[in-house]
Design a protein around this ligand. Structure first.
Ligand SMILES: [Zn+2]
Length: 165
C-alpha cells in the first residue's frame, strides 16, 4: 500500500484508539466506579436480592460489556498499527490477499478480508457443532447432564469472542 494511504489509516486507527480509551476511562471513572459507590458495599451485593440490585447489576454488566468491546477493538487496532509498522497492513491474515480499501475504510482495524470473515463466522456451524453433539452424546450416556450444559455454553462464548473480530 502506498505511503499516503498508510498514513491515512494510521491516523484513522489512532483517532479511534483515542476515542475508545476515552470511553474506557469514562466507564471506569463514572460507570463502574459510581455503581460501586452507590451500592451499599461490596459484600452486601451477594446476599441482597432486591430489585434495585437487579438493575444495578444490569447497568454494571452493560458497562462491563461496553468496556469489554472497547478493549477488544483496541487490541485489534494495536494489531493493525503493528502491521502498518512492519508493512503487512491491508493483507488478510488468513488468505494473504489484499483487503479491499472500502472494507479497510469501514473497519480499519480488520485483519481479514470479507470472504474469510464469513468463513470464520460460519465455522461454528460447520465444524464445532458436530463435535459438540458428539460430546453431548457421550456425556448423556454417562448421565452427567449438568456438565454438558456448561460445556456447551463456554463453547458458544468462545465462538462469540472469536467472531467479533
Ligand atoms: Zn482472506
Amino acid at each position: 500500500m502506498e505511503h499516503k494511504k498508510l498514513q491515512f489509516f494510521k491516523r484513522l486507527l489512532e483517532d479511534e484508539r483515542d476515542k475508545l480509551s476515552g470511553r474506557i476511562r469514562f466507564i471506569n471513572e463514572n460507570g463502574l466506579a459510581m455503581s460501586m459507590k452507590e451500592s451499599t458495599g461490596e459484600l452486601s451485593m451477594y446476599d441482597n436480592n432486591s430489585g434495585d440490585l437487579g438493575s444495578e447489576l444490569f447497568e454494571r454488566s452493560k458497562d462491563f460489556a461496553l468496556r469489554e468491546d472497547a478493549v477488544l477493538v483496541i487490541k485489534a487496532i494495536d494489531g493493525a498499527l503493528d502491521k502498518i509498522k512492519d508493512g503487512t497492513y491491508g493483507k488478510c491474515d488468513i488468505c494473504g490477499k489484499a483487503i479491499p480499501l472500502e472494507r479497510l475504510e469501514a473497519v480499519p482495524y480488520t485483519a481479514v478480508c470479507f470472504d474469510c470473515r464469513v468463513l470464520v463466522e460460519q465455522a461454528p456451524n460447520l465444524s464445532v457443532r458436530p463435535v459438540e453433539e458428539e460430546v453431548i452424546d457421550d456425556i448423556y450416556r454417562q448421565g452427567h447432564r449438568k456438565d454438558i450444559e456448561s460445556a456447551g455454553y463456554s463453547m458458544e462464548d468462545t465462538w462469540e469472542d472469536l467472531s467479533r473480530y
